[in-house]
Design a binder for this molecule. Structure first.
Ligand SMILES: Nc1ncnc2c1ncn2[C@@H]1O[C@H](COP(=O)(O)OP(=O)(O)OP(=O)(O)O)[C@@H](O)[C@H]1O
Ligand SMILES: [Mg+2]
Length: 314
């Protein structure tokens, strides 16, 4: 488990601290459409916030409002107590991979270096120590061997790490990540989440969006549920409830407490008991069949020195 509940107190937002990001009554969208309505949100230094909500609920828009990339129609956005006007470079931003133009002619190394250009825009060249910094970051994220490759010629997990490295080379104190774990395997997701937890412990404030309630959201100390406006905000055990999930997603999603963990049954194959609201699992008719497992890794039966003894025949 990435974030045991007993560590929660370490991350409790301190209401006394000056917020690093503050939205007051923010309504924002594109042209005349309103995507976010009357959003009030405070992000305090050291926060690690997971932003949840269905597709189209405005998660990306909210991150882009904080960056100053989407104009505010009414209300107020401040970052470090200063009103956000136009694009700000003060946050590290990892965009949703789907929104990136993969035909842009740029190598991994160049993409990562761009993270520095943002903060040193007036310099047309990179300093030696900046290149070293970029390489150091690529090394930490295990992508230094890919430095000369075009960003299109990478796997999804490698692409995520390139954009993470790009966001981190300017040593931001605020990181905004749009679905940093989507489309990557379990191991990469865990690596990314551990890296983010380390950064958070080192003092970086993090806001990430995710669709992965069980794998990501329940391990974060604070969850904000969005559906145009903010539906809920608090620690997972308070926010991840059937009532709130119904409100956010418009679907029945039973929540199970298991050994101190909050688990959401993100499945339509569940029915609610009409009386107690207890989830009753339904299983497919062929569930009695045993799963067929094709071993591609050593198992107890083919690992040397680990033999099955059948009837003493060997
Ligand atoms: N550049 C744009 N111009 C016009 N409308 C947009 C633009 N970007 C997003 N929208 C619209 O704003 C709404 C919210 O989009 P947004 O990308 O913020 O949702 P999201 O919560 O990030 O969704 P997802 O989970 O699919 O990434 C959607 O209806 C979308 O169609
Ligand atoms: Mg999005």
């Amino acid at each position: 488990m990435l974030h045991p509940p007993e560590l929660e107190h370490l991350h409790r937002p301190n209401p006394e601290a000056r917020p690093i990001v503050e939205l007051k009554g923010v309504t924002a969208g594109y042209d005349k459409s309103k995507v976010l309505r009357d959003v009030d949100l405070k992000i305090t230094p050291g926060d690690f916030v997971g932003l949840l909500g269905p597709s189209g609920s405005g998660k990306t828009t909210l991150l882009r409002v904080i960056l100053g990339a989407v104009p505010v129609q009414s209300g107020e956005v401040t970052v470090h107590d200063r009103p956000v006007r136009g694009r700000t470079n003060r946050a590290g931003y990892v965009p949703q991979l789907e929104t990136i133009d993969w035909n842009f002619p740029v190598t991994v190394e160049e993409a990562v270096m761009m993270g520095r250009t943002m903060s040193n825009r007036w310099l047309p060249w990179y300093r030696k120590h900046e290149k070293e910094l970029a390489y150091d970051m690529m090394q930490r994220l295990g992508i230094s061997g890919l430095a000369k490759r075009h960003i299109r010629q990478l796997s999804g997990g490698q692409q995520q790490r390139v954009f993470l490295a790009r966001a981190l080379v300017s040593s931001p104190d605020l990181l905004l990540l749009d679905e940093p774990t989507s489309g990557v395997d379990l191991k990469t997701r865990d690596d990314v989440m551990h890296l983010l937890h380390d950064l958070n412990h080192a003092g970086v404030t993090i806001v990430l969006t995710t669709h992965e309630i069980n794998a990501v959201a329940v391990h974060l100390p604070r969850i904000v549920c969005l559906n145009g406006s903010i539906v809920a905000d608090g620690p997972p055990h308070r926010v991840i409830t059937p009532h709130i999930l119904r409100e956010v997603y418009g679907a029945e999603m039973p929540v199970i407490q298991y050994h101190g963990m909050t688990l959401v049954a993100e499945s339509a194959h569940f029915w609610m008991d009409r009386n107690g609201g207890e989830p009753i699992a339904t299983v497919p008719d062929d569930s009695h069949r045993e799963a067929v497992i094709t071993h591609s890794h050593p198992t107890s039966s083919n690992v040397p020195g680990h033999h099955h003894h059948r009837g003493g025949s060997d």
